[in-house]
Design a binder for this molecule. Structure first.
Ligand SMILES: [Zn+2]
Ligand SMILES: [Zn+2]
Length: 227
């Protein structure tokens, strides 16, 4: 349908609706939503990226967990405009927000440098066929451009996992165990990218596969984090 295509094209170049609240806007976010971006600022836990009362490495949230990644960072709390932004990219087709809005925010949350490669958390083939894209890959491409690193599809989802929403931490870990594998050898310092950090189970499983395939160290970066 030509009309739909032209509207989509116009939306792409001249977004008219706020990705969060759908109000008319001159940019991807209206002014009110922009001012309400739930940005995660220091002090945070240097290990898991959770907002903290003071700078620390290891907090109540992550202290008893064994992560394969060195540290995790997130740009926004998974709440309000942050949650809407994830949903806009993932479910409402506003994929331009990944490159133009999410990636700069994520690059800004990153305090590590010198990554050899950026690897998105993969979607299982069945799910990516249905959705048509992998939101983690869109975010990884945007972030990679910002930090001048290359993107690699060194990970693949070897089996379909149940939706993590509503699962307890233990069930989440069991759900993703062995669900990802590396393709061939991996080398150097890897930045692993996903949309949301909840318990860290998915990122941990992916980081484990990357380390097992030869990565020196893995850092995790997400657009949002549950806090
Ligand atoms: Zn808005
Ligand atoms: Zn922590």
């Amino acid at each position: 349908m030509a009309g739909g295509y032209l509207t989509a094209l116009a939306d792409f170049f001249y977004p008219q609706r706020c990705v969060s609240c759908n109000a008319r806007a001159s940019d991807l976010l209206c002014r009110a939503c922009y001012e309400n971006l739930p940005e995660i600022a220091a002090p945070i836990c240097g290990r898991c990226g959770m907002p903290a009362a003071f700078e620390t490495y290891g907090c109540d949230e992550c202290g008893n967990q064994d992560f394969a990644f060195r540290a995790a960072r997130a740009a926004l709390r998974y709440d309000g405009v942050g949650k809407e932004l994830v949903h806009a990219i993932k479910y409402r087709g506003r994929v331009e927000a990944a490159e133009r809005l999410a990636a700069p925010l994520m690059a800004g949350a990153l305090d590590e440098r010198g990554f050899d490669v950026v690897v998105p958390v993969p979607l299982h083939r069945m799910r990516s066929l249905r959705r048509g894209f992998n939101q983690a890959e869109l975010l990884a491409r945007g972030v990679a451009r910002k930090i001048n690193a290359r993107v690699s599809d060194k990970l693949r989802a070897v089996r379909k996992t149940a939706d993590q929403v509503g699962l307890t931490a233990g069930a989440r870990a069991a759900n993703v165990r062995g669900a990802y594998a590396a393709r061939g050898q991996v080398a150097g310092k890897v930045l692993l990218v996903d949309d949301v950090f909840t318990t860290g189970a998915t990122l941990d499983t992916c980081a484990r596969a990357l380390i097992g395939a030869g990565a020196d160290e893995v850092f995790a970066l997400t657009l949002c984090r549950t806090c």
